[in-house]
Design a protein around this ligand. Structure first.
Ligand code: CP
Length: 314
C-alpha cells in the first residue's frame, strides 16, 4: 500500500527510532541523488518559511525536482476548484505531495483521494508531524535519549499544533510534561484525556517560573498563534504572556535545551540566542535531515538502500 505521513498517531516507537536513525544518516551525508528523476510537489495553502524551504531543500539535495505553490490565490482554487480535484491533478505530475492547509483533517482527506503519498506539512491547529519528527530528532541529539525526560511546554498550548503532536509522539517514551499556559491558552481537554489514557504524566501551571524551568530537560517555547484567534481582542490580552529572558536560565540543568518551532514573535528575547541552552536555530536545521528521511520513507526507500546508496556527493 501507499505510505503517507499524515498523523503522529500512526507513528510507532520503532518507526520514530527508525526515522531518527535515517535522519542521522542524512545529517552525515545530506547530498545524494537517491531521488533523481522524482518530482516532489509542495502545496502551501498557508504561509511557511521553514517547513516549505526545508522540504524543498531536502528534495533538491536528494536529486529530486520540486513543483508547487506558496499562495493558493494564484491557483484555480480561486475559481472554485475543490481540494480533491487539485490533489488529483498534482498527483498526475508528482511522485509525492507535501501539503500545508488551514483545514484540520485536510491532509487525511488528501491522503484518501491521492494515488501518490501525502506528507502533512501542517493542518490547521491539528497536527504538524514533520515538525514533530525534527523536534524528536533534536531532543534525541541533545539528550542522547527520548526516554524519561522532563519537558516543559510553554505558551499557546491551545492552538499550537506542534505541542499536540509532540505529546502524542512522546507517549512511547515515559515523559513528564509541564503544561505552562495562561488559562485562555490551556492545553485542550482532549489532549489531557489523551495523556491520561496513555499514562503520560503532566502537571499544569499558569505561571512561568524559574522553579519549573530548573527541572526541565527540554524547554519548548511556542508562539501565540494569532492566526487562529477569531477575536483579535482576545489575542491582544495574551500575546506577551510569557517572555523568556537570560536571567531565568541561571540555574537550569546543564543538559537543558530550549526548543521553539519558530517563527517567534517576542516570546524569547534575542539575548537568549547566545545562551548555551538555546537550540532553536539548530533545531530548524535538523528539519532538513528529518525531512530527507520522511520523503524517502513515504517513497518506500529503505534504510539499507539509503546506507548502501552509491550516489552520495560529499
Ligand atoms: N515551524 C514551522 O512550521 O515554521 P514555518 O511556519 O515557517 O514553516
Amino acid at each position: 500500500g501507499k505510505h503517507n505521513f499524515v498523523t503522529i498517531a500512526d507513528l510507532s516507537r520503532e518507526k520514530i527510532l527508525y526515522l531518527i536513525k535515517s535522519a542521522q544518516e542524512f545529517e552525515a551525508h545530506p547530498n545524494r541523488e537517491i531521488l533523481k528523476g522524482k518530482v516532489v510537489a509542495t502545496l502551501f495553502f498557508e504561509p511557511s518559511t521553514r517547513t516549505r524551504l526545508s522540504f524543498e531543500t531536502a528534495a533538491n539535495r536528494l536529486g529530486a525536482r520540486v513543483i508547487g505553490f506558496t499562495d493558493a490565490k494564484v491557483t484555480s482554487a480561486t475559481k472554485g476548484e475543490t481540494l480533491k480535484d487539485t490533489i488529483l491533478m498534482v498527483s498526475n505530475y508528482a511522485d509525492v505531495i507535501v501539503m500545508r492547509h488551514y483545514i484540520e483533517g485536510a491532509a487525511q482527506y488528501a491522503s484518501e483521494v491521492a494515488p501518490v503519498p501525502i506528507i502533512n506539512a501542517g493542518d490547521g491547529a491539528h497536527q504538524h508531524p514533520s515538525q514533530c519528527m525534527l523536534d524528536l530528532y533534536s531532543i534525541y541529539k541533545t539528550q542522547g535519549t527520548l526516554s524519561n525526560l522532563n519537558i516543559c511546554l510553554v505558551g499557546d498550548l491551545k492552538y499550537g499544533r506542534t505541542v499536540h503532536s509532540l505529546i502524542m509522539a512522546m507517549r512511547h517514551f515515559n515523559p513528564t510534561f509541564h503544561f505552562i499556559a495562561p488559562k485562555e491558552l490551556a492545553m485542550p481537554d482532549e489532549y489531557k484525556l489523551y495523556c491520561r489514557d496513555n499514562g503520560i504524566k503532566y502537571i499544569e501551571h499558569t505561571e512561568f517560573t524559574e522553579e519549573t524551568i530548573n527541572q526541565a530537560d527540554i524547554l519548548y517555547m511556542t508562539r501565540v498563534q494569532k492566526e487562529r484567534f477569531s477575536d483579535l481582542m482576545e489575542y491582544e490580552k495574551v500575546k506577551n504572556v510569557y517572555i523568556l529572558k537570560n536571567d531565568m536560565l541561571t540555574n537550569a540543568r546543564d543538559n537543558m535545551r530550549i526548543l521553539h518551532p519558530l517563527p517567534r514573535v517576542n516570546e524569547i528575547e534575542y539575548d537568549v540566542d547566545e545562551n548555551p541552552h538555546a537550540y532553536y536555530i539548530q533545531q530548524a536545521q535538523n528539519g532538513l535531515y528529518a525531512r530527507e528521511a520522511i520523503i524517502c520513507d513515504v517513497l518506500g526507500i529503505t534504510y539499507d538502500e539509503i546506507v548502501k546508496d552509491k550516489t552520495i556527493i560529499d
